[in-house]
Design a protein around this ligand. Sequence first.
Ligand code: GLU
Ligand code: ZN
Length: 343
Amino acid sequence: MGQAWSIAGQCIATMRLNMETTRLAPSPTGALHLGNARTFLVNWLLARQKGWRIILRIDDLDGPRIKQQADQAAMEDLAWLGIDWDQGPVYQSAHREIHHQAIERLVNGGWVYPCTCSRKDIELAASAPHATDGATIYPETCRPKNAQPVITAQPSALTPDWRINGGAALRFITQDQPLVVDDHFAAGQVYIPRRQLGDFVVRKNDLLPSYQLATVVDDQQMGITQVVRGDDLLDSTPRQILLYQALGWEKKIPQYYHLPLVVGTDGRRLAKRHGDTRLSSYRQSGVSAGRVLELLARWCGLRLDRPLGCAADLLEQFDLTKLPAEPMVFTESDEAWLRRGVW
Ligand code: GLU
Ligand code: ZN
């Protein structure tokens, strides 16, 4: 085990790293708020307790939603809390080539088919069940009859324009065989992929990889063995495992830790409607990082006996088994408590 200490206000966590690797993967689509911060804090604490290497990855593939400078802002926010990393930032957008290679392999293996349905077509066709994450299950309008991924598929016989020109999305052929997903925090699940998830997009019709594809390719390429993230992504996990399998990377499937989200008093995930909970907003109005960490620590089920200065001050005490399994509710009194002494 390593140890952590603070010297003259500087927080240092020393740690002998082992072979495990995790990533902090902010999307630069907005500023980090208290909910993101709790997930990153838990990810960081687990990594530093267990000796995992941490890579910072900026998930910047969501084109139109990317905000200028949001990557820098996320790094500042993390640093303010004392959350550091061993490598990066690595930008997903720099990995286009390997995303495309993986897509080619899926095409060549017969794992995908082109789909020209618009979102509206799908909504209309799907009187249809929704996946547990609320996504519409694709009604298989474009799925070839008897679609079975076979390694010997002859995609060259297809040579259609959609391979290079776009204009069609590529969907992954899901099957009826159950898929077991284990998790180190959330309850394990058994999915029937075709029924519960449906054929999902791996490449969008603008040729960009989907979140599912890019995540698997990058995690594999970066040697990620531990994925810690919000449980809003729970239903992405079986899709991602199917991609690991199709790409021949079964041995690389990471260990998953899905954490409950922070919600407002209306039970909905923390967002603008709940007020300005951006870390930068607290920082700018003079709330200390320690104060924010104290709230986050409470949301980790910890009772503190002294004030906090930085994330490393939680290293000794943090215990994943104390983390509540239900969503944490951010209340008005939490907000008042955070800002107390500042107003
Ligand atoms: N960038 C994603 C997010 O902020 C995380 C993706 C992942 O952990 O797989 O939600
Ligand atoms: Zn279609």
